[in-house]
Every structure is written in structure tokens, then in C-alpha cells.
Design a protein around this ligand. Structure first.
Ligand code: CS2
Length: 475
């Protein structure tokens, strides 16, 4: 069987969907920082459909700043790959929207050149929460390794904010228009935060005219992205082969569901993503709460329960009656903390339960458990405050924080079979390896990670709930 490439054609008796356009006729217009499984299952899938519907020079150059084996796997395939959707049915699509991949720290100058070229009109990002270099309050973290380094050498940046600033400076010098910067990460008000961070770094390392250029000409729409995308297992290669008739060493898998809600502020055009079902709205706030508090918050609860109670995948947690009830309780509290919206949250809850239970998706709880200090503030702490303010059920949020603390404590005390992977892991280990009483443990967690557990939540009814729950979870 031959390898998938630009020369491959649809084969008879194979069900896969192929690009309904000629990829080679379309130039690249997007540079995507952080090309990984999620971007390939989400941004690229939407862009593929948009190109098929409306065309345009909007293919995507993917960049991996840290380097990834992906580039080597995709290059012989002319960057074509198979996206396998796994649900009740299996469906595969060959994606043609990826133009090329630039990978590795030594090739960052090439990425900068591309970002500063006339063809680039959008710079999109999936670099995870920790990749932005923001503090817990969303400001530029000048102690973040990327930011600290780029402050010293702004002409040869290594981090994403530094790259965006340097590329915009080059564009200003060359008299090119600015570009749209599009965050596709699960951060609240991701566009606004990114804009502030870019402006802050620009003000620190460049002259004020760059700040004015960015303020006046660059766009930073906020957006909500959604598609559950596990690290692909071996099966995906067989499924891709069965659906297309070609070998694909870069095939990935995802769920059938996808959602993208965006503010429509793009400064130099965009693909017709609405043709692929993306929703453009004036304000994403409601959707963002729905996604971060309900899907992602519950995901984090599932992840830490999974690690503590030895459930490898999200679907295994959903198959355990007791844990499934905790999931239902969490979803209901998150929905109440949001309140009435023009969106049917009950229907959303129903869909989430089905998505989490999808037997065809093996989504590792350990994958979601990573980087808790970066994720929990917007997933658990924010709805906890909202619930306290609205007078709705806050217990599930106290429970989720308690489960996370117990998960970290077990590891910090050398009692866990798992590793905690978090940029704050050294601080967490130091803080949580010693305390023995429940109160001391909570105080230590709060002092180490005030953005996850602000001191004010240690008092009153929330503090009492935390104490009760940590007692139960540790027992
Ligand atoms: C997950 C998300 O790993 C995680 O933290 O909660 O990646 C989640 O799968 C996506 O946001 C789904 O859209």
C-alpha cells in the first residue's frame, strides 16, 4: 500500500472524504504557532472546509517552536494527513489545508520571516495556557523563561509573544499591514489577554510607534474552540488505512463534534470559516463560560479523579457510577453558576455527558491533568466565585479543588504512581510534601497557588466545604 501524498487520489470502495478543492492552487495565508493534534483536528479541519466552500489563499503553515517529529512524518506526505472522527461511526477526511511545517528552535528565524511576509494575514496559536507567559492575573509574566529571554534579545525572539512583537515590528518597518492574532487556547478572553501581553512587551522593547501601530492596525479576536482530541493510539493508523487505502504515518483521531465561536474582528481578511459552521458573534463571554466552566472544568475534575482512582481514560471515569454522579453534580453546579443564557445549557450538559462517555475515544486523564495551576483558575476558581455570588451550589467547586490538592499531595509525598506535570511542580512539591493536617495542607496550597485557591476561599462556608472534602478525598 502506498503512502498518502499530494499525488494520492480517492480510491474506489474507500469511504474517506477528500479535499473538494485543489490544495496546490491555494497559497498560505496563516502561520500557526504550536502545530499539534488539536490544531490539526480543529483549525485545519475548519480551514479545509472553508477552502472547499469559498477558496482563497488561506492554507496554513504550521510552526513547532520546540521541534516536533511531526514535520518529518508529514513532509514525505506533502503535509496531507487523515483526520479520523470516531463516534458511533468512523469517518475519515484527508486534509489538504496544511501547506507545510517549520519545526525546531533553530528554524524560528524562518518562522519570523514568514510572519513578516506579505502573504501572512493571520497568526493563530495553540500553545496551551502556559505558552503565553502570562501571570495568574493575565498580565505579562516577565519572569517566564521565554519572556525574560525575549526581553533581552527582542530581534531574535524564541517565545510566542516575542515572535508576534518582532514580526509586527518588521511589518511596520516594511510598510506592510499588521496581521490578525488569533488565539485558539482555552484561556478566558484569549484575544484581549494576548493583545495586552503583546502591547506590554512591545512597549518594553520597542519605541512607542510600534505600540501605536499595533493598537491601530492589528486585530486580536477572542474565540472559543472545542474538539476533544486525544493523543492518537495505534488503531488510528489502521483506521486511516481502511478508510483511504493509503498509509498515513501522521494520521490523528478526534470526536465528531466540533465548535468554534469567534469575534469577527479580522484586520486583513479571513477564511470563510462560517461555511464550515464557525459562529461569529459580537461577544463570546457567555460561550466562553459555558465551555470553560462546563466542559473544561468538568474535564479537570474527571482528570484528577481518574488519576487518584486509577481510571486511565475519561470514558472509564464515566463508566464508574459513583464518579459519574460527581460529574453530573459538577455540570449542574457549573450551569447554575452561569445562570440563564440564550443558550440551552441543559442540552449542552446532555451532549457533554455523551461526549465524555464516547467509547471510541481514549482520552487519557493524565493528559488533561497536566498544568493544573494554569488551568484551574479559569475552570474551577472563577465559577466558584460566581456560585458564591449568585448563591448557587458551590460544593462541587470546593470538591474539585480538594481533589486536585489531594492529587498533588500524594505525588509530593512520594506516594503516587503518576507524575505531576506542571510548570509550578517544584513549588507544589515543596509546599505540599510536608503538611499533615487538612488545614495546613489547604493553607500551603493557597500560599503556593493563590490563583487556584485564593486565601479568601479558605474562610467561611467555602473553606468549611474544602476542609470536609479534602478529608473525604484523602481518607
Ligand atoms: C482538556 C482540553 O486537556 C485539557 O485540559 O480539557 O484539551 C479539552 O479536551 C478541549 O478543550 C476540548 O475542546
Amino acid at each position: 500500500m502506498s503512502r498518502l501524498s499530494a499525488a494520492s487520489v480517492p480510491l474506489p470502495q474507500r469511504a474517506a472524504k477528500w479535499p473538494a478543492y485543489r490544495p496546490q492552487d491555494h497559497g498560505a495565508g496563516i502561520v500557526h504557532l504550536g502545530i499539534g493534534n488539536f490544531a490539526r483536528a480543529h483549525l485545519l479541519s475548519y480551514t479545509d472546509d472553508a477552502l472547499a466552500a469559498h477558496g482563497g489563499d488561506w492554507r496554513v503553515v504550521g510552526a513547532s517552536l520546540r521541534g516536533s517529529p511531526l514535520a518529518g512524518l508529514l513532509e514525505p506526505q506533502d503535509y496531507r494527513y487523515t483526520l479520523v472522527e470516531r463516534g458511533v461511526e468512523t469517518k475519515a477526511s484527508v486534509i489538504g489545508a496544511l501547506h507545510s511545517v517549520v519545526s525546531g528552535g533553530e528554524r524560528i528565524p524562518n518562522v519570523l520571516t514568514l510572519m513578516a511576509s506579505p502573504a501572512c494575514r493571520i497568526v493563530s496559536l495553540t500553545v496551551t495556557e502556559k505558552g503565553y507567559g502570562l501571570t495568574g492575573t493575565g498580565k505579562l509574566d516577565t519572569s517566564h523563561p521565554d519572556i525574560a529571554r525575549d526581553l533581552g534579545r527582542p530581534q531574535s525572539p524564541q517565545g510566542v509573544i516575542g515572535l508576534i512583537v518582532a514580526a509586527l515590528a518588521l511589518r511596520q518597518q516594511k510598510g506592510l499591514p499588521a496581521f490578525t492574532v488569533l488565539s485558539c487556547d482555552n484561556l478566558p478572553q484569549n484575544g484581549r489577554r494576548l493583545r495586552e501581553a503583546v502591547l506590554e512587551l512591545a512597549a518594553l522593547v520597542h519605541d512607542p510607534s510600534l505600540v501605536r501601530f499595533i493598537e491601530a492596525h492589528a486585530a486580536f479576536p477572542s474565540g472559543v474552540v472545542d474538539r476533544i482530541t486525544p493523543i492518537p493510539g495505534q488503531e488510528v493508523f489502521e483506521l486511516a488505512r481502511a478508510e483511504t487505502g493509503y498509509d498515513d504515518l501522521a494520521a490523528i483521531e478526534t470526536e465528531p463534534f466540533r465548535q468554534w465561536i469567534l469575534e469577527d474582528s479580522f484586520c486583513v481578511g479571513r477564511p470563510a470559516w462560517e461555511a464550515a459552521g464557525a459562529l461569529f458573534v459580537p461577544d463570546i463571554t457567555d460561550y466562553e463560560r459555558m465551555k470553560l466552566w462546563m466542559l473544561n472544568g468538568t474535564h479537570s475534575l474527571i482528570a484528577y479523579c481518574g488519576c487518584l482512582y486509577e481510571k486511565k481514560y475519561v470514558r472509564d471515569v464515566m463508566a464508574d457510577g459513583r464518579l459519574k454522579d460527581l460529574v453530573a453534580r459538577h455540570l449542574s453546579a457549573a450551569s447554575s453558576a452561569i445562570g440563564q443564557l440564550g443558550i440551552d445549557l441543559d442540552a449542552y450538559v446532555g451532549k457533554l455527558k455523551a461526549r465524555f462517555s464516547n467509547p471510541a475515544i481514549a482520552h487519557a486523564t493524565a493528559q488533561i491533568a497536566m498544568d493544573g495551576t494554569q488551568k484551574l483558575p479559569q475552570r474551577i476558581t472563577a465559577p466558584a466565585f460566581a456560585a458564591l455570588k449568585r448563591g448557587t451550589d458551590f460544593e462541587p467547586f470546593a470538591f474539585a479543588i480538594a481533589v486536585w490538592i489531594a492529587y498533588v499531595e500524594r505525588w509530593a509525598k512520594g506516594l503516587a504512581a503518576y507524575e505531576v506535570s506542571d510548570p509550578q511542580s517544584a513549588v507544589l512539591r515543596e509546599a505540599l510534601s510536608k503538611p499533615s493536617s487538612e488545614m495546613d495542607l489547604l493553607r500551603a496550597a493557597s500560599a503556593a497557588c493563590p490563583h487556584v485557591l485564593p486565601a479568601e476561599l479558605l474562610d467561611g462556608k467555602f473553606g468549611a466545604a474544602l476542609l470536609r472534602h479534602i478529608g473525604t478525598v484523602r481518607a
